[in-house]
Structures are given as C-alpha cells and as structure tokens.
Design a protein around this ligand. Structure first.
Ligand code: ZN
Length: 323
C-alpha cells in the first residue's frame, strides 16, 4: 500500500448509491465483529459455543454433522435423527437482514424506540422494523411467567384506553372506570422485581386479581396496597401480611408508603405513551418488554444491557409467527 494519505471524502463522493450501501454494510459488519466477535448470527453462536437443542424433540445433546450449503454447521439429533442448523426454528431462520442491523434494532429497542425511530436509526423499512420488533417481543412472551416477588410487595391497578374500542367510529366512550378501560395489574417488590399483567376491561374482580398475582407472590410476604376489596382474597390465600393505605394523593403517609408502586405506574404510563399507534391486543407484549428491560437495566452494572439483550435474543429458542 502506498503511504499517500487517502482522500476519503473524495473517494466516498465518487461512489455510486449501491457502492455506498455496500460500504455502509462493510462498516456495520466490522463494528459488529469488533463488539461481538462475529458479523453473522451462526458465527456468533459458534463463538459462544452454543449447542442448539433439537427443534423437533428438544433433545439437548445433538452432535455436529457436516455443514449446510450456506456453510453453516449442521447438527444431528441422537434421539430423533433430525438434521438442523443452529438457526432452525429460531427468529433468525429466514432472516434477510445483516446481523449488524438486527443488533442495532435490538440496541435501539433497549431504549424503547418507536417504530419510526427504529426505521431512522437502523436504515430499515417500516415493515422490517415492525417485523423485527415482533420477533424480539416473541422471545420474551413467557418471560414474566417466572417472575417471583417476595419480602415487601406493592400492588396496584392501572388503566389504559382500549384503543381497539376507540377505533370503532361513532362509539361514545363511557365515563369513569368503565369497560372501555383496560386494567393492568402491576406489582413490584423491594428487590425491584416487577410484574405487569393485562387483566380484562374495567375494575378487576377478586378472581382476576388472584389470576394475575397468585403465582407470583411468595406466600407470607408483606403486601402493601390501597384498600381495594378485590385484594382481600389474595391476602388470605397466600397468608400475606396486610399493609394498606387509603388512596388519597393529599395524604403524605399514602404518598410515602405507596411511592414505589406509584412511580412504577408512571414509568409504565410514560413508556406505553410512546407507542401511540399500539393496538390494545399487543399491550401485553409491550408490558413484557418493559418488565424484561426493567430487570436487565437493574443488573446493568453486572452485565451491560445491550450485550445481554443481544445474547438473550441470539440464544432464544422461541419462534416468531407472523400475525
Ligand atoms: Zn430430536
């Protein structure tokens, strides 16, 4: 190579549009290799020495058996004989986007970006941004199932407009805590474990409170809540220590003791407010993502958020079904 300095600006100016895109991809791929050690998902899984479970019978002891026409390692299942690649049955199975763009989408999603922001910062189309957001959401669909709250646990309910009903033109919204509002049951404990579950529309019944919380609160915990009657059965069932404050925003005692859960509600409200076009049927997916990120951010000092989320996504076994 010559030692003459290259006039990069001049060089870039001389490139065609398709060459510019090629250059951007090359730079993206290089940054991805620098940060994650690979610029293709199958290579990344190799770097992490990931052994994929059999997509047919979930056997966890497949062995390597040749390679695919694309040069990816092929695996064979000792129990059912299926042959597959590490991407079979994952959200990456037919991914056309280069890995660096997928990772950028995930990184931007760690900051709760809107679809428009994903399109702008990642250079992808609206349908692509939409598709990948749902793919990412699908990997945490069941994430809240294992959330367990203990010690001091605050619970509350919050309400959102049911946008699916509002789209019903000519329909007049009812006033007050009506069936037009979607109820979300939220809970947080002193360790900052969080739960946010969509219940049905309107004020929740005892049955719905139990359905939302029963499996997620350690029996014998202290429950801190307003004086909602629908909570009583849960207190009894789980032998909870009952600490209650009458909801009154003029009462300093209520504000002090309910601050944690009230803050959680306003964080969730602000978060959901960003997705103005969200359909109500997708609210639970958005809440799953909020709760997942809340946990990841909590542990950020131990494990940087973006890297952790990328790893979670790459190793997730969930498949995305187009809705
Ligand atoms: Zn198998």
């Amino acid at each position: 190579m010559s030692d003459d300095p290259v006039d990069l600006a001049c060089l870039v100016d001389s490139l065609s549009e398709s060459q510019i895109r090629e250059l951007e991809d090359a730079i993206g791929a290089r940054r991805c290799r620098e940060k994650y050690g690979a610029d293709r998902i199958d290579e990344l899984l190799e770097v992490w020495e990931h052994v994929p479970p059999c997509p047919t019978c979930r056997c966890r002891e497949p062995f390597k058996d040749g390679s695919t026409p694309q040069g990816r390692a092929r695996w064979r299942c000792p129990s059912c004989g299926a042959r597959f690649s590490a991407l079979t049955g994952t959200i990456f199975a037919s991914a056309k986007l280069p890995l660096y763009k997928i990772i950028r989408i995930v990184e931007v999603m760690c900051h709760n970006a809107s679809l428009r922001l994903i399109e702008l910062t990642c250079g992808v189309s609206h349908p692509t941004a939409h598709l990948w957001r749902h793919k990412v959401f699908s990997t945490i669909d069941s994430w809240q199932e294992k959330v367990m709250l203990s010690g001091r646990v605050w619970i509350d309910e919050m309400y959102f407009n049911d946008t699916d009903l509002l789209h019903d033109l000519g329909r007049k919204p009812k006033r007050g805590l009506s069936k037009d509002l979607i109820c979300v049951v939220v809970a947080i404990d002193a360790h900052k474990n969080v739960l946010a579950v969509v219940s049905e529309n309107g004020k929740p019944s005892t049955k719905r409170i139990n359905a939302a919380l029963e499996a997620h609160i350690e029996p014998g915990s202290t429950i801190v809540h307003d004086c909602e009657k629908a909570h009583n059965a849960l207190v009894k069932k789980l032998r909870l220590v009952d600490e209650r404050y009458k909801a009154n925003t003029a009462d300093p005692d209520y504000l002090l003791h309910m601050a944690l859960v009230n803050n959680l509600c306003s964080w969730i409200r602000r978060y959901v407010g960003r997705f103005s076009c969200m359909k109500s049927v997708n609210l639970q997916s958005y809440l799953n993502w909020f709760v997942y990120l809340f946990r990841v951010h909590r542990d950020e000092e131990k494990w940087p958020t973006e890297e952790r989320v990328v790893r979670h996504l790459a190793l997730s076994e969930g498949t995305h079904l187009r809705k």
